[in-house]
Design a protein around this ligand. Sequence first.
Ligand SMILES: Cc1cc2nc3c(=O)[nH]c(=O)nc-3n(C[C@H](O)[C@H](O)[C@H](O)COP(=O)(O)OP(=O)(O)OC[C@H]3O[C@@H](n4cnc5c(N)ncnc54)[C@H](O)[C@@H]3O)c2cc1C
Length: 470
Amino acid sequence: MTLDTLARDTSVTVSPAALHDLARAVRGQVLAPTHPDFEATAAVWNLAAQGRPAAIVRPAGTEDVVRAIAFARENGLELAVRGGGHSVAGHSTGEGVLVIDTRGLRDLEIDPVGRRARAGAGLTAGEYTARAHELGLATPFGDTASVGITGLTLGGGIGFLARRDGLTIDSLVSAEVVTADGRVVTASAQSNPDLFWALRGGGGNFGVVTSLELDLHPAGIVRGGALLLPATRDVLRGLAPIAAEAPADLTIIANLMPAPPAPFVPEGLVGTPVVAVLGVQAGDAVGAADAFAPLRALARPLVDTVGLIPYPVIYQYTASASIPHASVVRTSFLDAVTDGVVDALLDGYERSTALQSIVQLRVLGGAVAAVAPDATAFAHRQAPVMVGIMAAAESPDDLPPSVAWADEVLGDLRGHRTGAYVNFVADEGDARIREAYPESTYARLAAVKADWDPDNMFRRNQNIRPGAAD
Ligand SMILES: Cc1cc2nc3c(=O)[nH]c(=O)nc-3n(C[C@H](O)[C@H](O)[C@H](O)COP(=O)(O)OP(=O)(O)OC[C@H]3O[C@@H](n4cnc5c(N)ncnc54)[C@H](O)[C@@H]3O)c2cc1C
């Protein structure tokens, strides 16, 4: 925004003069609420969690982040840090907060020989994946292109290459971080290893990440696509064991959901409940053995688009998930998909009255389980299956029945489930954050937090209380 416009701005809850100074001091942009682009820039994915920030800083480099943090401290403003804006809890926005919007930090350098990338924190998974694919390489991110790489990485990162290549954090080599006291540090196995451990699952608690150094893995042409199977007890019961026993180069995400209005779905099927299995088989065996075959044997597929595709094409199957909605998400891990679990999920799904509801099963194992639970702050390494309960409404006013529904379905899983995946925890209070970490992990995170952010400057996140071990 121009300095003139800032000076005339009367809607900001921080002094316009102070914002004026900040705008002068940074190379990037400072947007006050009267800026014509403010609303669009402030918009986040979960419409039910949309806040009205006091101002937005769009850094053009690390120094701008340092200045923005100092500005927030000097002006007593709460900070929100934003990448792709997909926080289900709405942590990258808020009432009267200063948003550090990292979307201007989108440089991407790729070393195809060393298979390493240095990525600006504001890139989305889709942007990064498209560029890496030009070299036949990929870093394992999540299932949706519009999710920001940094928010995803800091929580763990579970996607279509998880069983072959692990979580996103398992490919993280280092991160550049601006700390609460304005230092610019590198976190890696060699440099500040405590911080590096905490960044790999501890979320945005420890500083503002400006860039990530990530390993790349071969993923040019893969076998992938969608199998739409009948939404029966047998299918849901049979899926997880088959996917768990499959070669680790196959990762699937199964969604009990209404068949989507996609070009590959026959019109008569749209809207009827199906188990939509999205999957990727990546690796040397792709040309030889089709790892999807046992899944097809579960029940005759209603739709089968699985074939050889360029890896990024898998994101086309989840493109509609990028569209902002009023949303609720609940998460946990399952020891097994038993008859009791299947009954709870099917019965729960049938009770939903939402615009769209999805019960999701992600089969883990493989490279995810090959890392020790205490090696990173993401500790659920041995969990065989992650469950997600999701519903969307057209407007926030319509969401409360779906929130009650999601809580009820999660409640029905009591006795079958443990823990929570921090990236899918919504605004659910401290107890659920504690559930995302075993006690010893939380205690270690709290100690690292006390070292790096003792005043809890970075608290709009799944907040770890500094030093709060008990
Ligand atoms: C449609 C959808 C699909 C998803 N699919 C998957 C999936 O397949 N696998 C998976 O693992 N997760 C998935 N997620 C969850 C996702 O990983 C988290 O919501 C993640 O936090 C989003 O990151 P973001 O940058 O898009 O969000 P933002 O809202 O921009 O950021 C979320 C939080 O991350 C932190 N953060 C972001 N950038 C920085 C930074 N530069 N420095 C410090 N902290 C930062 C902040 O605490 C911020 O509040 C999905 C979410 C949605 C909505």
